[in-house]
Design a protein around this ligand. Structure first.
Ligand code: PLP
Length: 258
């Protein structure tokens, strides 16, 4: 019998630097001995400092790709990264609803270098159309505040996103000030949990994508949701500690085999 590793379906943008997006997903999943089923939601023009622009995949093409792929291969988990347009959301939601496997969603709204990657109406559309289908949502603090502009503080944002329908929200604090990076998990039927990580002396490109993929990897391997959230952070922190330089800007997580 042929070896059949677990599979994670990734819908992500393509970053030519290889730090973020689909390459971050594939490298993270390979490191966990998982096969990636890969769909490109957007092509990007970027370097290790910032994204210049993103060009979304036609939603009809994405729909056709998903239909053909999923008729043949079933993933054990799904990871959503940068989604190219509001028009892609109903297509992705329809396929996720049929799949019924754990979904990790990294709600990419803006590049670390500062470029806005989505339309103004995108955060509300994402909340309404996708969050009821999401198992783990992984916004950073800036994304959480933009997703929930009515939120009084981050705990309030977390509660609102859980109320929208996702099972867990992990709000990461790498983009917040402080000597440590503090991440908070919120969820239905669980009390809030907090992780504190040493802040490394650099900023990174692709850290969020790596974290979401590592959580998806653990879910595909059979971890419980909360174990996956814990293990995904540990794996990402180790990758950041051995970050590599590929250009003159931010470093990217070290995901290559030792
Ligand atoms: N490019 C793509 C395709 C992405 O998915 C992301 C973030 O998820 C970025 C660029 C920006 O990554 P960062 O904010 O880590 O630089």
């Amino acid at each position: 019998m042929a070896f059949s590793p677990p599979r994670v379906l990734c819908l992500s943008g393509l970053d030519p630097v290889g730090g973020a997006g689909l390459q971050a997903d594939i490298e993270t999943l390979v490191a966990h001995r998982i096969h990636t089923l890969s769909l490109v939601t957007a092509l990007t023009v970027q370097d290790s400092r910032n994204v210049r622009r993103a060009v979304a995949t036609d939603p009809a093409l994405l729909d056709e790709q998903l239909s053909v792929l999923l008729a043949d291969a079933r993933p054990d988990a799904v990871k959503l990264g940068l989604l190219g347009s509001i028009a892609q959301l109903p297509v992705i939601a329809a396929h996720l609803a049929r799949l019924a496997v754990p979904v990790v969603c990294d709600p990419v709204l803006r590049a670390g270098g500062g470029t806005d990657l989505v339309a103004d109406a995108f955060p509300a559309a994402l909340r309404a159309q996708l969050l009821p289908l999401v198992t783990v949502l992984t916004p950073n603090a800036t994304e959480a505040r933009r997703l929930v502009p009515e939120g009084a503080d981050l705990a309030d944002c977390g509660a609102a996103l859980v109320a929208d329908g996702c099972t867990r929200v992990l709000i990461t604090g790498g983009d917040e000030p402080g000597a440590s990076v503090v991440n908070h998990r919120y969820g239905r039927e669980v009390t809030a949990q907090r992780w504190q990580w040493p802040r490394l002396p650099e900023t990174f490109h692709g850290a969020g994508c790596t974290l979401a993929s590592a959580i998806a990897a653990r879910l595909a391997l059979g971890d419980s949701i909360d174990d996956a959230i814990d293990a995904g952070q540990r794996w990402t922190q180790a990758a950041l500690a051995r970050a590599i330089a590929v250009g003159g800007g931010r470093r990217i997580p070290g995901r290559l085999p030792a």
